[in-house]
Write a protein that binds this ligand. Structure first.
Ligand SMILES: [Zn+2]
Length: 109
């Protein structure tokens, strides 16, 4: 169900962008998916095709780019690729990227 919610918000963003561009049709959608997001691209594709039926984005091609996890220590500012590698500051980690899905761009006609 997680994918349904994220895909719906993705579709909202895509349609909003296409409206702003006065686009006739969306041909391709590029998204960045964090490797640690737990999001399954196949599920997003499935919901995307359902949710865009009858819209300007129907039939648009989805392009996924996998993004590595990046965590920054708020104390020393070092950046890590895994929670297990965090420094000894014990300040917790601030996730910079890799845990969500982000709309990068769309191609329109
Ligand atoms: Zn640190």
């Amino acid at each position: 169900m997680h994918e349904f919610a994220v895909t719906r918000s993705l579709v909202d963003q895509v349609l909003e962008s296409s409206r702003q561009a006065s686009a006739w049709r969306v041909t391709a959608v590029r998204v960045r998916v964090g490797r640690s997001s737990g999001i399954v691209p196949e599920s997003v594709e499935f919901y995307f095709s359902q949710l865009t039926r009858g819209t300007a984005a129907e039939g648009a091609k989805l392009d996924f780019e996998a993004i590595d996890l990046r965590i920054r220590c708020p104390k020393c500012g070092r950046v890590f690729g895994d929670f297990a590698e965090l420094c000894d500051c014990n300040a917790g980690g601030e996730v910079l990227a890799g845990q969500d899905i982000v709309l990068e761009s769309i191609d329109v006609d």
